[in-house]
Design a protein around this ligand. Sequence first.
Ligand code: ADP
Ligand code: ASP
Ligand code: MG
Length: 474
Amino acid sequence: MLTLKFGGTSVGDARAIAQTASVILQTKTQDPHVVVVTSAMSGVTDLLVNAAHAAAAGQRQPYLDARDVLLEKHMTAAQALLASEEELAQYQHHLEEQLRFFTRLCSAVYVLGELTPRGLDAISGLGERLAAPLLAAALRARQTQATWVDAREILVTDDQFGEAAPLLGPTCERSKARLQPLLEAGITPVVTGFIGATATGIPTTLGRGGSDFSAAILGACLQADEIQIWTDVDGILTADPRIVPQARTLRQLSYNEAAEMAYFGAKVIHPKTMLPAVERGIPIRILNTFHPDGPSTLISNHPTGDGLVKAITAIRDLTLINVEGRGMMGVPGIAARTFRAVADVKANVLMISQASSEQSICFVVKNSRSQEVIQALTETFERELARHYIDRIYPVQDVVIIAVVGSGMRGTPGIAGRLFSALGRVGVNVIALAQGSSESNISLVVARPDLETAVRAIHQAFFQNQHVPTPQLV
Ligand code: ADP
Ligand code: ASP
Ligand code: MG
């Protein structure tokens, strides 16, 4: 049994959906038991989220426009894919019903002037419910029995809206009960990615990019032989090919390496995808829908050779926060209070760096949380600021973290040196630096405008230099 997940670009228009359908058919010739998981058509989730926020800010037009765009986008694809009048009419009926629900939700948000995380999940999860029935119908149009399944029926989560955690016990029970009979009857289930529901049925989402995670959860529950993530690039590459066109496919990665790369910005796979798979030892393969016979990446337990650096990744939209003061030296508890204040406002810290002189602590949070964090720190350290034990608490806005990832880096001297020479040569200033204790990554903070130059220079230093040993590549 295989779980196949298709991302937004793989269902982005009629041509892509037709290609996705071919990949599914081709896969079924090797293993007829296939569970498909799909994302929303590309751009749809952003459109839904933006319309919801605009409604909360008192604007009606964006959600009315979004409804028209969604109707047009899905109907255009449906008309090209579905030859049967009956199938087309049935899909149109479903689409119009979902879009009426969308405008009702947005108008409630508009009237209230408030968008709760629960409300946002109800709205942002609609895209998958428009895509899954279309893909299922496209398979039926190719004489393959298929039916769409709303993951709210089977994927049970807690109520952490916007980033819900799956409850594996009930999820496995429900997904087996719902999906296994379909598989046994020769019907391919097409399940909505990204969404779930609480035990009482309130819709939730697993977080942006979460369809990969959905596929891994279902794959683990159904004991899949492989979880396949079909996307728009040839697997996981040594860097984002949009930044480094010379980037090459990494044929094999360990679960840890893949998780580390995903956490540090390799958006090709959601960081949580590895969790359910590693527990049951299920391999994950990343493939290109538009180049199905091209190179792919296999993520598993197998050792991945002695390559040094595996990849360069980047996370955008971040703020570096500095807590600085000569009076901090030797004062115990400053770091603990700093991070307690950050935790109290539920902001996630992506990286921490403290100079050994103890005169400053700096750490990185998302841009969207920086104001709240500064406010919380200013309140926590009111007394220290008044007495000048702490001189300043200030943000450096719009920075990025670049991470150099690879388990083979452990114990290998000279990596940091090569990294800094590369950046020095192209004149990129490193604002802060951290090395995880696992030594499987070095991360550094640079200004946003330096991102591309820095990633290319590091990639060049580690992967495009003939004299340097490279990890297992294509
Ligand atoms: P999907 O819609 O299929 O889920 P995503 O857009 O979420 O696809 O992820 C695929 C994108 O991830 C690629 O188009 C690529 O630009 C980006 N990406 C970032 N880092 C990497 C990397 N190291 N290897 C491959 N792709 C990467
Ligand atoms: N459609 C969702 C998103 O855009 C989930 C996904 O694509 O994985 O975040
Ligand atoms: Mg994705």
